[in-house]
Each structure stands twice: as C-alpha cells, then as structure tokens.
Write a protein that binds this ligand. Sequence first.
Ligand SMILES: Nc1ncnc2c1ncn2[C@@H]1O[C@H](COP(=O)(O)OP(=O)(O)OP(=O)(O)O)[C@@H](O)[C@H]1O
Ligand SMILES: [Mg+2]
Length: 349
Amino acid sequence: MFGGGKQKPLVGLDIGSSSIKAVELKGSKQGYELMSYGLEPLAQDTVVDGAIMDAPLVAAAITSIFERQKIKTKNVATSVSGHSVIVKRVTLPLMTEGELYDRIQAEASQHIPFDITDVNLSHQLLETVDSQMDVLLVAVKKDKILNHTNVLAQAGKTPVVVDIDAFALQNCFEVNYDPDPGQTVALLNVGASVMNINIVRGGVPLFTRDVSVGGNQYTDALQKELDLSFEDAERLKHGENIAGVAGEQRGTILRSVSDILILEIQKTFDFFRATASGENIQRIYVAGGTARVPGLLDLLREEFAMPVEELYPFRKIVINPGRHNEDEIRELAPRLAIAVGLALRSFDP
Ligand SMILES: Nc1ncnc2c1ncn2[C@@H]1O[C@H](COP(=O)(O)OP(=O)(O)OP(=O)(O)O)[C@@H](O)[C@H]1O
Ligand SMILES: [Mg+2]
C-alpha cells in the first residue's frame, strides 16, 4: 500500500503477536519458488493487539530469523492491522486520476475517524460502473507505521513496503487460487489475537474488518476452566493429551470459544450483505494458526452452509524437497499466509 514500485527482492515479514514469520521467494520458470522461511515465537505481551511493546526483543527475533535462515536480503515488506487501520470503499462521480488525487484528502476526512494529518493515506481505483467509480481509501495511523519501521531499522532491515494484513492475505490468495472474477469469497486470517476478514469478488476487495478475537481466547478459556498453565493449555489446544483432562471437556470449551468467533463472522457477513446488495458469499478460506483449532472449520461449514477450506499459501509456489522440509511447511502453512502475501510484493509491477 505504501511504498513499493521498484522491483527488487523483498522478504515478507509478518510481525504477529505470537510469533514473527519471514518468507523469501524467487521468480522461477514455473512462477515462484520458496527460497527461505522462518518462524520465531514471541513471549506473551511482546506484541499486544498488533502494537510492538518490546521493540528490542522483536528486533532481536527478526535478526535471529535472518541469521538462522541465512537470508541476505535486507529489504522487507511488512504489514499492520487492527484499530489504527481504516479501509473504506467510497463511491464517487467519474473523474480523472488527477482530479481524484486533489479530492482524496477531503473525501478521506469525511470517512476516517482520525485527524487526517495523523495518517498515511492511500487510495486505489476498484471499479467504474456507469458514471461512478468505486475507490478504496486506506488510512493507517502514522505512529503505527513508525512503531513497525523503527523496529525494522533496529534490526538492520529496510521497510520498503508497509501493507495491511487483509490485503497481504488477499494477495496470497489471488496468486495461489487464481480466483474466478465473478466469485465472492471470504478470506479469514485468524491469529492469536486478531482475526482479519476480507470479503473479495475476484481480485476486488469488497469489505474488510479486523476483530480482536483469536487463538489466545481458546487458550485463556482452557486455562481458566481447567486451571492450567498457559503452556499446558496451548498443548491441549494443539490436540495433545494433558493428564486429568477428558477429551469431552476440551471439546466443550473449544466449542464455546468457536461460537464467539462464529458470531463475529456472522455479524460481519450480515453487515456486508446489508450494505452490498445482491452480493453472495460462496466460499470461505481460513488462514492463521487458529484455522487448526479442532472442530473450527467443521463448525464454520455447518453454520454458514458453504464450502470452507484452509488456505494453503504454497499452492502455486514450488518447494524444492532437497532444500526444505515439506512436512514442516505443511504444519506451519496457515500461519505463513500473510508472510507469503508480503513476499509476493517483490513481483508487483
Ligand atoms: N495446530 C494448532 N492447533 C490449534 N491452534 C494452533 C495451532 N497452531 C497454532 N495455533 C494457534 O494459532 C495462534 C498463532 O497463529 P498465528 O501465527 O497466525 O498468529 P499471530 O500472527 O502470531 O497473531 P496475530 O496475527 O493475532 O497477532 C496461536 O494462538 C496458536 O496457539
Ligand atoms: Mg497474524
């Protein structure tokens, strides 16, 4: 969204609240090939709701990924999400790019609940219908961007692109799934603390929303209900057995949190349907670590009565089996979707 333009190798770097993910790709004859990837866990409260609280720790984790994976590229594409990000679709009368440029500040100040001088603003023409045009406005608080770029600088990296999670997710989806221009799908990225929702038709984002729910809520509920440590609750959530806990107990607690998640998705879909007349969501793709919570995808299928699948970020990316451990990649896959979407920015025209 901000920056980019020049075609040079970029490392996709996703600073999540439970871990940092890095992905580097290269162009190949078949399309794209995975060069390197890495994931570095973060201690709790290092990143809270997308805000970096402990900058030196995050900088050290970034440095450590690059060293371990022997990544030489210093230019990175990163992304932000949450309350400091506003995405609005506005309909304007048809005008030239120059006229739009002049108008955009005034337009944004009507739609964005922050002081316009405090945000970085960008816009993108989505569609023109008859004498009107739909324009996507994206505003990100400057202090949010600085929070990320300062840490990258501390780690000796150069932030070339600052994207937003929902668009990185969409980019990852488009390259891997070649979406049918007429099909409307919902892309979800459910991490530890945030769920990004992006409803898209073909390559056009129709509605995005970030909700503060995620995997931590499952862990919290297991901890509280069963009086467990964070680590034991995480292990239980991942399907391991913990002495004294019956499978049924675990299932009931996970289910109650999944219901909260589903309610948020339902509210978003309802709002979307009410504002975008005639649009019909046909399929759901789920990325993020929480996609793997036992039973969640089945519940989504039941609740929304449509196909639901885990988004596989390497569907169209060649993985050299001599170089990478494919089992490990399959294990981490949904958590790498944003980093893949960001790494793909290297190839943007
Ligand atoms: N196999 C699994 N089963 C259940 N939960 C899992 C599994 N793998 C990861 N998770 C959960 O997924 C979450 C981490 O996912 P992810 O890496 O996408 O989040 P993040 O990017 O760090 O967080 P956020 O984007 O919300 O800041 C954690 O809550 C973790 O417990
Ligand atoms: Mg994340």
